[in-house]
Design a protein around this ligand. Structure first.
Ligand code: NAD
Length: 492
């Protein structure tokens, strides 16, 4: 019987979106070596894609280098027009792209549709931001001289992207690189190549010249080795696990590349006893279960002040019980499968560990027939700091709730972790919100909100959550070099 994802993919108007050819130097390369793409909800094989080799990557690096001079010389407004046209094509094809994302990644279709809009937003944002790479004029400390600082494109960039936002993590990196005047080579996650290749097709249709954007799918180590070694690759942007991020940072040190890393988080979500309980539970559910929990901003540790602890656990469990687990292409679904079985297994391991150490578990088991990639939304209460879930990112629909007594105590516990991407504070006190937003050791803080990302904000983390920023004007800086120029004797 033909599976749900295959039926949807067979119905796509754009058959070329599932051809699975790589984009190198403006051409579509259909290698005889192929890798299969599976629907994580069923394990069904839904397509196959070209498996690129290190030799293909060498060709791509050379093509990118050749394209650099002309691309950097194009007026920023012309580069911006191409980016805007790419954004429009994403929106024109949003339904087909969303189907690709759900079929290979697993997230509910409504979330996949949102991802396409979010992804297009980065292209529009950077289209304009490229025109605002102003540089500076510095009041001179040398008599008779004029001091300038220019922002110049750094050169060829490389992006290694994850499977949880397979479209938006490409446009957030490529939008900034292209706007700054840099060609970029993208290596998407092997789990989600179809949407990456479709987005690349739309880039060529928007007028991105050969070599300026290239997408190669294949073995991560084989394809990243030439990128890391090659001195022509001047910038590397990575989103994924801290473990791989550290490896890439170490390897990139050999050629002193500019590296930006987004390595996930372990977000604390602080709830004080002065809050509106319903609004806070709504926020906590959104902060935990978006992208089926496979989100680096996910609230992993919910600290609740003791006065409302029991009421919070009860209300959260009631809201969680309404979440429907199923195939992402089923419109009723709120929580899809984990994209990788290893992620589902990590969730189960954290649940077992917490229960062994005394946590109480509330789970929403609904359908025993679902594949082992599914994890049912699970609340662990009375969690203590010695449990794995209190110390490590989960990346799935499992949440830890921990009681606390005082503000000083909870801020110390929230900060006692090596990750520092995002944090959340829910309180009715403005003074407390100001204090805590100042004290949290992380790159982004949501005060009484679970929704704060988007193109204008500097997305990124502190500590081992990463380096650099994406989106905002700071995102452009990851692909530029500053050049200071001193004009002497300008008054004579
Ligand atoms: P990962 O770090 O292995 O994969 C991310 C990207 O890195 C993919 O493109 C992958 O092909 C590539 N990659 C993997 N190993 C590589 C290597 N040795 N050299 C070069 N590239 C390599 O992540 P994962 O194993 O798929 O997921 C594991 C955990 O990572 C998750 O549970 C989550 O904690 C974290 N993660 C975080 C994000 C995020 O948004 N920050 C995204 C995905 C995964």
């Amino acid at each position: 019987m033909v599976g749900l994802a295959t039926r949807y993919l067979n119905g796509l108007r754009r058959r070329d979106f599932v051809e699975g050819a790589a984009l190198i130097d403006g051409g579509w390369i259909a290698s005889s070596q192929r890798d299969v793409v599976v629907d994580p909800a069923t394990g069904d094989e839904i397509a196959d894609v070209a498996r690129c080799s290190a030799a293909d990557m060498a060709l791509a690096i050379a093509a990118a280098e050749r394209s650099f001079a002309a691309w950097r010389q194009l007026l920023p407004a012309k580069r911006g027009a191409i980016l805007r046209s790419w954004a429009s094509l994403l929106l024109d094809h949003s339904e087909e792209l969303a189907i690709l994302v759900t079929s290979e990644q697993g997230k509910p279709l409504a979330e996949a549709r949102y991802e396409i809009v979010y992804a297009a937003g980065f292209l529009d944002w950077f289209a304009a931001e490229g025109e605002r790479a102003y540089g500076e004029t510095i009041p001179s400390h040398k008599a008779g001289s004029l001091l300038q600082v220019r922002m110049q494109p750094i050169g060829v960039a490389a992006a290694i992207t994850p499977w949880n936002f397979p479209v938006a993590m490409i446009t957030r990196k490529a939008g900034a690189a292209l706007a700054a005047g840099c060609p970029i080579i993208v290596k998407p996650a092997p789990e989600t190549p179809l949407s990456a290749l479709a987005v690349a097709r739309l880039a060529t249709e928007a007028g991105v010249p050969p070599g300026v954007l290239q997408v190669l799918v294949g073995d991560p180590i084989e394809l990243s080795a030439p990128l890391l070694r090659d001195t022509r690759i001047r910038a590397l942007s990575f989103t994924g696990s801290a473990q791989v991020g550290r490896l890439l940072l170490g390897a990139a040190a050999q050629t002193v590349k500019k590296v930006s890393l987004e390595l996930g988080g372990h977000a604390p979500f602080l709830v004080f006893d002065d809050v509106d309980l319903n609004k806070t539970v709504t926020g906590a559910i959104a902060a935990k279960f978006a992208t089926s929990g496979q989100d680096c901003l996910a609230a992993n540790r919910i600290y609740v002040q003791r006065g409302i602890y029991c009421a919070f656990v009860e209300a959260f469990a009631a809201a969680m019980n309404k979440l429907k687990v199923g195939h992402g292409l089923d419109p009723a679904t709120d929580i899809g499968p984990m994209t990788k079985l290893s992620v589902a297994n990590k969730c189960r391991m954290q649940i077992d560990d917490a229960v062994t150490k005394g946590a109480r578990v509330i789970s929403t088991k609904q359908d025993e027939k679902l594949a082992s990639t599914f994890v049912f939304p699970t609340l662990l209460s009375d969690v203590t700091e010695d449990m794995l879930i209190a110390r490590e990112e989960t990346f799935g629909p499992v949440v830890a709730v921990l009681p606390f007594d005082s503000e000083d105590e909870v801020i110390a516990r929230a900060n006692a972790n090596e990750m520092g991407l995002a944090g959340y504070v829910y309180t009715d006190s403005l003074r407390r919100a100001l204090r805590l937003s100042e004290q949290l050791e992380c790159g982004m803080v949501g005060v009484n909100t679970a929704s704060f990302t988007g193109p204008p904000i500097p997305f990124g983390g502190w500590k081992q959550s990463g380096l650099g920023r994406e989106g905002s004007r700071h995102g452009l800086a990851e692909y530029t070099e500053l050049k200071y120029v001193c004009f002497g004797d300008v008054t004579g």
